[in-house]
Each structure stands twice: as structure tokens, then as C-alpha cells.
Design a protein around this ligand. Structure first.
Ligand code: ADP
Length: 848
């Protein structure tokens, strides 16, 4: 009884006790207090018969079981009909019935029940036991309700698990409907969802029939039960469809309308989602007390749908984002490819432009030189006197021609600089000397405008520089300063030694040259651009002054090639200052200067006995780091060479006492000297003029391909291009040389005379010149003088071909013709020294 009471109470707590249940409970408790309160004693006499005991038992264990139990008792005890029973038999039945009741309500309660029953027999209290039976029955029912409730709870729990284990809406809906079918036993169930267009669509259905999903779309409104359920968010239960009024439209498919059905709204707080429908073939399959369960289940489903939709949205967004990122990445990749292509095209264009300018300039220079030459002749009155008008016009032609020539030279310089083909002829030079030379050149210009030139020079150590190039920079800065300064202004040049930080805590020594003027100045925004090619600040002065806009970019390249820097400062209207600095230690200059890589032990031998020449050679070569020795005889040269470490042999071309060609032949055949560079020189007896004729090789032909290649190999370090110019009168021989040259990768051009050769050289700079000495000597002399007096062709190597059949006498005659023909008076000794330095700087650094 206590256990049942506990069960009753917990059932009541869980199921919310009804008023009836509460009443029953209190009457039951009261009833069992009554017999004691009334002082009733259990009586043995007047014991009831078997049918009465059976009726009592039936109240607790049911009619059927009670009857079976009593019949069993009678048979087991082999008894007659009960009126004939003895008291002892009746008492045994009493105990048996008590045990039976005890099986239902517990032994203690059964004892109370039996005693109370016997004591109250025949009194009004007998009806109490009907009540006891009812209470017990209601306890059974409550237990059933609890079971039902637990079942519902476990279904909801299972539904929650299904909802969280999947994020696919169709999977969730299907599993919920399956639960309803399997655990509740509904015959048909379906879920309709509202789509974005406001149409209610059948999303999932479970039932014995197949529904045409697509045909059941419904625009929900209050005319259908489904619409009402959705829009009002209310559960609609139809316990008996046969009772539905004829005008009632459900909105369901006929298969879904069984004997009873319910419609449950699916919604979150902010959104209506759809309708869940469950139908059964039984009427009243959905009792009112179960409706809460459907509401809870619908809440669970709504939450799951909401979550799954959110997830779908997130997935869609992230997919869209991924696609967008991929698209953008591809776009960027394409753009950068396009850019790279455009960049490449631009670079190619730039290269073509430079190449074009260089080619055109070469082409222009020759005719322009002729124009200038003829103009000069006319101006000199060679072709007769000129009247004043003609004189003026020709002067204008000459002036314009010179400007054009300057422009062409600038373009050629720049293209060489940009292609990295400009080499520096580094030498130790005094900045004072360089400055003096530049000032001397520019002085007439300053004087013409009455501009005062002021020099403020600090003594600085000698610099390792290409003298000509630094003079070019200075001339450009000075001529600009004079050009952009009004008459009576001032131009100042200042030279100082300075220190600049190179790395934290490390100072480097530089020489700074400042060229300042009191001229028109340059605006701040133009200062950034003036070092760019072809840039001129657009002012009346610039337009009047002319110019090319190439001077500063060339100067910048030249200074940087020396490891220096150049910059400009200016106050507009007041003047400008251009400064360039050059490093004092030449160690970082490219290419490595002669002095930075001296080879003191390397020897230069001169085959001469002329004192003037020996003196100049010694004075020039020893400071460059060479060991110098002059020997008057070939044998002595060979003996010295045998000691090794020979860098070059200088051959005095004008020496009368040496059989020139025979000596060369010997040097070229002896082991000690055959691979040593040969530098022929022509030096005047009075020591005032001279010309360096090397680098040169002499090849006796016919020869083997091997001998020819060997000669070329020695000349190769001097060849800037693999383009050869062959000067040869005999077309057959010329063809032969061309073929051989082509075989070793050279392109060859053939000309037949010295004159033609010079015309060619004015336009095209070859990498090698091949000359047959059989030509008239005058032709040879013209070509040699032409190439060795031009800065550009000065280092182009010369390969002289000597016919074997010439004979000793003819050779001597040739040497004499050469001696007499080489008119070198035009070339002062300073020029000779500069040329020597140029050629031996290269020998020191490259031709090893
Ligand atoms: P160019 O003098 O042949 O025009 P540059 O490259 O030497 O070419 O100079 C470029 C431009 O820089 C000049 O056209 C001029 O506008 C400006 N410029 C150069 N030097 C000076 C200066 N000393 N004063 C004012 N402007 C200058």
C-alpha cells in the first residue's frame, strides 16, 4: 500500500493530479481509519461463503482472476458447494483470499482489508470496499498514464537526437515522421513547409500510399484548416472526420484524411514554418491529453528546421564566398600575368628604342660629318670667296650641324651606358688637372656672357677615374650653369674632401665637386625629373638655350659608373647647385681599376733602343704596376721572355735598325712569346708625338685553320663584337677568309680598299679588322691612323695578313714604306701617353 501510495503520489506529481484523484485518495485513507475508530472487532463467526469472498477478491484482482482463484481453491481442497463448508474450510479460504489481495496491494494492506471486511459485514461500511477497489483501479490507470507519458518523453528525446544528428532538412523530417509511425502508431503523417514565395509545400510524407508531392502546393489562407493552423499557430484536432461539416475544407490530400487527424503548427518565435499532420484510421486516436506531446514534438521539429536552414544559409554563403575568392584570385592572377607581359613588352620596346636610336645615330653621324666638313671647307673659302649672306647662312648650317652631332653623340653615349657597354679607362688623375682642362674649355663661353667663374679648390688626393668621362661631366654641369645664368652672373666650382657614413659607425672618404650658379633656378617639382632622359624644364631660357635633355642623365650614369652620386639643389629664381661625389678609394669601382689589382711582377718588354720612347714607356707603365724593360734585339727579348710572367711586348714600328716583320715572325713562333700580346707603337724621334698602333696580330698566310684560330684567340679579349671587317683586294681570298671566320662564329664584311674601309668604319663599329698587307701601304696607313685616332675604334684589334711569298727584300721595303707613311705629327705625346694607359689598363685587368 505504501509503495502504491508512493507510486500514486509520484504519478500525480508527474501527471498533475485531477480533482477526482485527490478525492479518491482522501476517502481511501479515511476508510481505513474507520473500523478502529468505531471499535469494530474482526469476527470469526458468520464467515462469508465462497461467492462473497470471490466478490471481495474481484474488487482487487478483477472478476476473472477472482473466479479462477476460488474455483482452483475448491478443486484443490475437493470441496462441495460452499453452504456446506465447515468454519475451518471457510477460514482457509479467507487466508487464501487475503494472500491474493496481498499480491495486489501488499500483505499488510491485505490484512487490514480482510479484517475490516469481516468486521463490517452486514454494516453500512461494507460499501467502503467497493471504494477500495476503485482506488486500486485508478492507481492502475495512473500507472498506465505514466507509462504513456514516459513513452512520449522518450519519443521527444529521440526526435531531439535525430534533429541534432543531421543538418539536412529532408533527413530530419523523414526521421520524425518515422518516429510517429513506429512509436505512436499513426497511419499517415506529413510535414508541409512554407517556401520563400509563401507557398506551402508538402516536403515529407509517410503512409501506405504515394502522394503526388508537387500537386499539393497550397497558398495558405484562413479558408482551409491547414491555413488556419499555420496562420493562427494553433493545433487543430479532428477526432472524427465523419463529423466534419461539409463546408469545411482541410487543404489535405484525401489520403491523409482518415478517421481522425491533427494539424500541428511548426513555428519559431519569429517565424511560421509549416504544418505537421498526423492521421489515424481509428477515431479519437489523438486524445486531448496527448496534444501537448504533439506541441512539444512540433517545437522540436521547428527548432531543427530553423537550425538546418541557418546551416544551409551559412554553407551557401561560404560557398559563394569561396567562389568569389577563387574568381578574384583568378582575376588577380590573370591581371598579374597581363602586367608581366606588358612589362616585358615595355622592356623590349625600350630596348628596341635604344637600339633604334643607336643605329639611326650611327647612320646619321657619317653624312653629318660630311656636311660639317664641306661646310667648313666652304667657310674656309676653299671653293672661292663667299658674300656676307652666304657666310651667315653657312655659319647657321654649321652651328645647327654641331648641335645635331652633339645630340647624336649623346644618344650613342647613353645607349652604350644603358647597355652596360661603356668601359672606363681608369687612371690615377689629379682632379686639379681635370678641372683646369674643363675650365679652359668653358672659359670662352663664360666670357661671352660676362659671367664670373670662381674656383674654390681644396687640395685632394689623386683619384682613380676615367679622365675623359669626368671632364665630360664637368663640362656638362659648367655649360648648363652658364647657359641658365643671365649675363654678369656668377658660376662657382668648389672642390672638397668629405666623409659620408657608409654603414653604422663606418665613414667613407669622397671628393665632392659643387657647381653653383646665380641663374634661373629650378622649381622643386622639376628637380625630381631633370636627371631623366630627354627632360628639359619648359622655360623661355631652356627653349632659347636649346640642348637635348641628355646631358644630366649621361652625367649621372658616368658618375655612378665611378661608384659616385650626383644630385641637384636649387632655389627657384635664385640659382642652382649641382654636386657630384667620387669615392677616394677606388676599391669599389667597377670594373676593377688597374691600380686596385696591380700585378707588379708582370713584365712589359719593348723591342727598341730609342731613348725617348723608352723614357715615355717607363714613366707610363711603372706607375701602372708593370715591370718594364727595353731590349734592342729580338734574341734578348726572347731571353727575357723565357724568364716568364710576360704581359705584353711593345714593338717600335718606326725603328730603322730592326727587321720588323722578321722580328714579329720570330716572336710569334717561339714558345716563350707566341701567346703574349703585341702592341706596335709609332713614336716620333723628337719625342713630341706618337700613336699606339696595337692591339695587333700578324699572320703569315697561307696558314692552317689552327694558326688562324690561335691568332684570333689572342685577339679575342679585345673584340667587343663578333663582326669582322676584311680589307682585301682579291675577292677569292676575301671569300676564303669570310668562310673561315663564319666557321668560328664571326660575321664578316668585305671591302676592297682603305677608302671603302673608312667609309664603313664611320658607320659601323666592328669587333675586328683584318687587313692584307699586300694592299698599297698608303691604304694600310690611312686605316690604321683612322682607327687609332678615334676614341671609339681605338681598341678594335687589328689582324694583319702577310703573304708568305713576299720575300725578304719586299718585306724590308714594306717596313720602310710603313715607317715613312705613318705621319704621326698630329698626335701629341700626351695623347700617346693616354692611349698607352688605356691599352695597358686593359691588359692589366683583362688580357691575362
Ligand atoms: P640640356 O641642358 O641639354 O637641356 P640637361 O640634361 O643637361 O639637358 O639638363 C636638363 C634640364 O635641366 C635643362 O633643360 C634645364 O631645364 C635644367 N637645368 C640643368 N642645369 C640647370 C641649371 N644650372 N639651372 C637651371 N636649370 C638647369
Amino acid at each position: 500500500m505504501v509503495a502504491n501510495l508512493g507510486l500514486y503520489i509520484s504519478v500525480s506529481l508527474l501527471t498533475v493530479p485531477s480533482v477526482d484523484e485527490e478525492l479518491q485518495s482522501s476517502r481511501f485513507v479515511e476508510a481505513f481509519g474507520l473500523p478502529a475508530e468505531l471499535g469494530l472487532e474482526p469476527r470469526v463467526a458468520n464467515l462469508p461463503d465462497a461467492p462473497q469472498f470471490e466478490a471481495l477478491a474481484a474488487k482487487f484482482i478483477g472478476q476473472e482472476r477472482a473466479r479462477e482463484a476460488v474455483q482452483g481453491f475448491i478443486q484443490a481442497n475437493k470441496l462441495e458447494e460452499s453452504p456446506t463448508w465447515t468454519d475451518a474450510e471457510k477460514l482457509r479460504l479467507r487466508d487464501y483470499i487475503e494472500r491474493l489481495i496481498g499480491g495486489s496491494v501488499g500483505p499488510a494492506a491485505a490484512r487490514v482489508v480482510m479484517d475490516g471486511y469481516l468486521a463490517s459485514r452486514g454494516s453500512r461500511l461494507e460499501g467502503v470496499f467497493d471504494l477500495v477497489g476503485e482506488v486500486s483501479h485508478s492507481l492502475e490507470e495512473s500507472r498506465e498514464a505514466l507509462k504513456q507519458r514516459l513513452n512520449e518523453l522518450s519519443i521527444i528525446n529521440e526526435a531531439a537526437q535525430h534533429s541534432t544528428s543531421s543538418l539536412s532538412i529532408s533527413q530530419i523530417l523523414e526521421s520524425i515522421l518515422k518516429l510517429l509511425q513506429e512509436k505512436i502508431g499513426v497511419d499517415h503523417c506529413s510535414i508541409r513547409l512554407l517556401d520563400e514565395d509563401g507557398v506551402l509545400r508538402l516536403e515529407s510524407y509517410l503512409g501506405p500510399e504515394t502522394l503526388p508531392l508537387d500537386e499539393l502546393d497550397l497558398k495558405p489562407d484562413m479558408t482551409t484548416l491547414v491555413g488556419q493552423c499555420l496562420l493562427d499557430r494553433k493545433l487543430i484536432s479532428i477526432p472524427d472526420t465523419s463529423q466534419l461539416a461539409p463546408q469545411e475544407v482541410t487543404g489535405l490530400h484525401s489520403a491523409e484524411m482518415q478517421a481522425s487527424f491533427i494539424l500541428v503548427p511548426l513555428a519559431t518565435e519569429s517565424q511560421i514554418l509549416g504544418v505537421l499532420c498526423a492521421a489515424s484510421k481509428q477515431k479519437r486516436f489523438f486524445p486531448p491529453e496527448q496534444l501537448d506531446f504533439y506541441r512539444s514534438l512540433a517545437n522540436q521539429v521547428s527548432l531543427a528546421i530553423h537550425n538546418a536552414r541557418l546551416y544551409e544559409k551559412i554553407i551557401r554563403f561560404s560557398r559563394e564566398l569561396e567562389t568569389k575568392v577563387a574568381e578574384r584570385t583568378l582575376e588577380l592572377k590573370n591581371k598579374s600575368l597581363e602586367l608581366a607581359e606588358a612589362n616585358r613588352a615595355l622592356k623590349e620596346l625600350d630596348r628596341l628604342k635604344t637600339e633604334f636610336l643607336a643605329n639611326v645615330s650611327h647612320e646619321l653621324r657619317t653624312p653629318l660629318n660630311s656636311i660639317l666638313g664641306y661646310t667648313q671647307l666652304l667657310l674656309d673659302g676653299v671653293d672661292g670667296p663667299l658674300n656676307e649672306e652666304q657666310q651667315k647662312s653657312l655659319e647657321r648650317v654649321e652651328k645647327a650641324g654641331r648641335r645635331l652631332l652633339q645630340l647624336i653623340n649623346d644618344i650613342l653615349d647613353l645607349s652604350k651606358l644603358r647597355a652596360g657597354r661603356m668601359t672606363l679607362n681608369l687612371e690615377k688623375a689629379s682632379l686639379h688637372d681635370i678641372l683646369t682642362e674643363a675650365i679652359q674649355t668653358i672659359e670662352p663661353l663664360a666670357a661671352a656672357k660676362e659671367i664670373r667663374l670662381q674656383i674654390m679648390e681644396e687640395e685632394v688626393p689623386p683619384l682613380l677615374v676615367d679622365r675623359d668621362k669626368i671632364i665630360q661631366v664637368l663640362l656638362n654641369l659648367l655649360s648648363n650653369a652658364i647657359k641658365f645664368t643671365e649675363a654678369h652672373g656668377q658660376v662657382t666650382v668648389q672642390v672638397n674632401q668629405i666623409q659620408l657614413p657608409e654603414a653604422p659607425g663606418v665613414l667613407k672618404e669622397y671628393v665632392a665637386v659643387r657647381v653653383s650658379d646665380t641663374g634661373i633656378g629650378i622649381k622643386e617639382e622639376d628637380l625630381q625629373n631633370i636627371f631623366k632622359e630627354f627632360v628639359q624644364v619648359d622655360t623661355a631660357t631652356t627653349r632659347r638655350a636649346g640642348g637635348t635633355g641628355l646631358g644630366l642623365p649621361i652625367s649621372r650614369h658616368l658618375v655612378e659608373l665611378h661608384g659616385g652620386r650626383i644630385w641637384a639643389e636649387s632655389e627657384y629664381g635664385k640659382g642652382s647647385t649641382f654636386t657630384f661625389i667620387l669615392p677616394l678609394s677606388g676599391t669599389e669601382v667597377q670594373p676593377a681599376p688597374a691600380e686596385a689589382a696591380p700585378l707588379p711582377s708582370r713584365k712589359v718588354l719593348a723591342l727598341t733602343r730609342r731613348g725617348g720612347l723608352i723614357h715615355v714607356l717607363k714613366e707610363t707603365l711603372i706607375p701602372l704596376g708593370f715591370d718594364f724593360k727595353a731590349e734592342p734585339m729580338v734574341d734578348q727579348v726572347l731571353a727575357e721572355a723565357g724568364k716568364g710572367n710576360l704581359a705584353a711586348i711593345i714593338i717600335d714600328f718606326l725603328a730603322r735598325d730592326i727587321p720588323l716583320l722578321a722580328a714579329i715572325r720570330t716572336l710569334r713562333t717561339q714558345e716563350a712569346t707566341r701567346n703574349v700580346a703585341l702592341v706596335p707603337v709609332a713614336f716620333a724621334d723628337d719625342g713630341r708625338s706618337g700613336l699606339v698602333l696595337g692591339p695587333a696580330e700578324f699572320l703569315k698566310y697561307p696558314c692552317t685553320l689552327e694558326e688562324f684560330s690561335l691568332n684570333l684567340l689572342r685577339l679575342e679579349p679585345w673584340c667587343s663584337y663578333k663582326e669582322a671587317l676584311i680589307i682585301e683586294r682579291h675577292p677569292e681570298a676575301a671569300g676564303g677568309w669570310s668562310e673561315v671566320l663564319q666557321e668560328i662564329g664571326f660575321e664578316a664584311t668585305v671591302v676592297a680598299s682603305g677608302e671603302e674601309a673608312i667609309r664603313h668604319l664611320e658607320n659601323i663599329l666592328p669587333g675586328l679588322i683584318i687587313f692584307n698587307l699586300e694592299l698599297p701601304t698608303a691604304d694600310f696607313v690611312r686605316v690604321v691612323i683612322f682607327i687609332r685616332s678615334q676614341a671609339e675604334t681605338f681598341l678594335v684589334p687589328l689582324l694583319c695578313l702577310l703573304p708568305a711569298a713576299l720575300g725578304e727584300e719586299a718585306e724590308r721595303k714594306l717596313a720602310q714604306d710603313l715607317r715613312e707613311g705613318l705621319n704621326i705629327k698630329k698626335f701629341p705625346v700626351a695623347n700617346f701617353i693616354r692611349q698607352l694607359k688605356r691599352i695597358f689598363s686593359k691588359i692589366a685587368t683583362e688580357v691575362t
